[in-house]
Design a protein around this ligand. Structure first.
Ligand code: CIR
Length: 256
């Protein structure tokens, strides 16, 4: 199965990124670019065909491409990001996606960030309570109704996005910080709790049995290896200062 990963470069204005839960601290934009390049190279090594979109210097957060679209095998949905400063990021990404999917645009005013959307098989979990609004959940459901998906709203508190709190490790196993999300939301799926000393460790990017995650979370990495998966620790310190993680820097989907 060939995977495509779309990434977007780090903006020259990255230091002016949106911040919700973190204090602003100095960001080294050149280092952020180096870290982003290493992340992109790792995606290639793990078998993705990478399409790199250029940054827009007028869009500080454009590297966090995940928030601009949801990509399913059958369709892509362009979002209305929760932060007004990020809404112009959507069109260029939708344009690139149009080479691979029929792209529909969210019509309503309700906001939705891709970071709030976790897809596991035919289950679509959407975090509500931060950047994404409940009405958007209904709209995603209506776009997907032809294809048998179940769409589940998931209340989140304390985290920027659902995928700050929880991400898929396998179809039967979710990595989570359960102080930000109630694991009951995921039904029968098993939960691997992040290490208590690493509350931000819930955001990992799994490709097959390979797990990309920040090197700042070694204890959680140990737990993940214990579960039988291979970890790849990347230095994303500058992206973390902007409240980004490893899922948010790519849109990964099946080549069809
Ligand atoms: C923001 O606040 O929108 C950006 N500074 C960080 C977005 C990170 N996105 C993600 O985790 N999906």
């Amino acid at each position: 199965m060939q995977l495509i990963a779309i990434t977007r470069g780090v903006s020259q204005s990255f230091k002016a990124c949106e911040l919700t839960h973190l204090e602003r601290t100095p960001i080294d934009v050149d280092l952020a670019r180096e870290q982003h390049a290493a992340y992109t190279e790792l995606l290639r090594q793990l078998g993705c065909e990478v399409i790199e979109l250029p940054a827009d210097d007028a869009q500080p957060d454009c590297v966090f491409i995940e928030d601009t679209a949801l990509v399913f095998d059958e369709i892509a949905i362009a979002t209305v990001p929760g932060a007004p400063s990020r809404r112009d990021e959507v069109d260029p990404v939708a344009g690139a996606l149009a080479n691979h999917r029929n792209v529909v645009f969210r019509s309503g005013d309700a906001t939705l960030d891709g970071g709030d959307v976790m897809v596991i098989g035919k289950d679509v979990y959407i975090g509500v309570g931060g950047r994404s609004e409940a009405t958007a959940v209904f709209e995603v459901h209506s776009h997907l109704e032809n294809w048998d998906y179940s769409v589940h709203p998931v209340p989140i508190t304390g985290a920027l996005h659902l995928k700050t709190a929880a991400t898929r490790l396998r179809d039967d196993l979710i990595l989570a910080n359960t102080s930000w999300v109630d694991p009951a939301a995921f039904g029968e799926r098993r939960i691997l709790e992040v290490d208590p000393g690493e509350p931000m460790a819930g955001n990992v990017l799994t490709i097959g049995t390979d797990v990309i995650m920040p090197k700042s979370h070694p204890k959680t990495a140990e737990r993940i290896r214990h579960a039988g998966l291979t970890t790849h620790l990347v230095d994303v310190s500058e992206l973390q200062k902007a409240e980004g993680g490893v899922t948010c820097c790519s849109l990964i989907f099946r080549k069809v």
